[in-house]
Design a protein around this ligand. Structure first.
Ligand code: SF4
Length: 375
């Protein structure tokens, strides 16, 4: 672990919501107080029920999902935080991984984001403030199953770090996971705001992973996200601090000239991060449920996502045709292997047949594979 002062100077501006809504009974939670203390310039409204607010919001806003991102609701989560990753779908190879949903929605606006459909009825950005309940539950489950190794991600229906400067879950999650003997935390992100991570003394039980794409794809399809070099700079700071890091080249989008674009992406990745410091790289192609397509077309008319043909798979999701996916995986895997033969490369949310076509073998549900889920 490095003792140097590591700075995230030059990172993208910190997001500020237009308004904060605090659900009844939530404002006295210490975590709510902490969040509110960082938002002194933002109007704060107390509300009885976030569900009611969401209903009003839905009827009064033309782009509910986009508008939802501008408002933050502090709420209490009732129920079990920890759940098995829902990424395992019929016909797909995956997955033995756990998720905790501490917040929902995301400040970024990627054209392909499944949340546009998934959260269409609950569009507001919500952060749950009863973190004491979360830690009690996790401690109980981890202790009850001392022989099981838990990998826990927070990025299923949000970006794990995009809001971390304002809603600093990482400041509590990292020390908590570092005390666990049988659990590792995975933070999955497109953010470059890693200062809370750099300020933690111990990076041991944490993996930080970045979703990356060629800058052309970021410009067109990942609105509001930090550019590629900012993400990779943030990743390099985390490496320097001693965190384990991984990269998701996902979703791969077959824009005109994709081979050159993904070759350059791989070159840039290795310019910033030595192969020996990458835990793994995962590859996943663009996929969507049919209900998402009209939403994407209406919210992102300039998108290039639908320029090719897509067919539904066993899980009902549409993907590029199998030969195109095979070719893309083989090509990009080749770029990665040209840089490093030893590197762990996985396919995310893919069929057994594609695994066999691309890698020549059927994957086992091994420990590293467990972490690749469908976001
Ligand atoms: S960063 Fe992830 S969660 Fe956020 S908009 Fe993009 S795809 Fe959705």
């Amino acid at each position: 672990m490095s003792n140097k002062t590591i700075s995230s100077e030059g990172a993208t501006a910190i997001y500020q919501p237009d308004a904060v809504f605090v659900e009844e009974g939530c404002k006295d939670y210490p975590f709510a107080q902490k969040i509110l203390s960082g938002l002194s310039n933002v109007p704060v409204y107390e509300i009885q029920d976030a569900g009611e607010l969401e209903k009003q919001f839905k009827t009064s806003q033309p782009d509910v999902f986009g508008e939802g991102k501008k408002n933050l609701v502090l709420s209490r989560f009732n129920g079990s935080f920890l759940k098995k990753c829902p990424g395992a779908s019929p016909g797909m190879v995956c997955c033995n991984y756990y998720v905790v949903n501490l917040s929902k929605n995301c400040i970024y606006d990627c054209s392909y984001c499944f949340l546009q459909d998934f959260l269409n009825n609950n569009p507001l950005q919500v952060a749950y403030v009863n973190v004491e309940d979360l830690f009690r539950e996790l401690e109980e489950v981890f202790t009850q199953h001392p022989d099981r190794a838990f990998r826990v991600g927070t990025g299923e229906i949000t970006d794990s770090l995009a809001l971390d400067c304002l809603v600093p879950y990482s400041q509590m999650l990292i020390p908590f996971f570092n005390k666990q003997k049988n659990a590792v935390l995975e933070l999955k992100t497109k953010s470059d705001r890693v200062e809370n991570l750099l300020n933690q003394p111990d990076p041991t039980n944490v993996i930080v992973s970045w979703s990356i794409n060629p800058q052309q794809v970021i410009d067109l399809e990942e609105k509001g996200t930090p550019d590629l070099e900012k993400r990779l700079h943030a990743a390099s700071l985390c490496v320097e601090k001693g965190y384990r890091v991984g990269f998701h080249l996902d979703p791969i989008i077959l824009i005109p000239g994709w081979e050159k674009a993904y070759k350059e992406l791989v070159d840039t990745l290795f310019d910033f991060i030595p192969a020996s410091n990458m835990e793994w790289v995962s590859l996943g192609s663009f996929r969507y449920r049919s209900s998402l397509k009209p939403i994407i077309k209406s919210r992102h008319p300039e998108t290039l996502l639908f320029t090719g043909e897509h067919l539904p798979g066993k899980d009902g999701k549409f993907r590029y045709l199998r030969p195109l996916r095979n070719n893309a995986y083989e090509t990009i895997r080749g770029f990665l292997q040209d840089k490093s033969k030893e590197m762990s490369i996985y396919l995310c949310m893919e069929t057994k047949e594609i695994w066999e076509d691309v890698t020549g073998k059927t994957p086992r549900s091994d420990e590293k594979l467990d972490m690749f889920f469908d976001l």
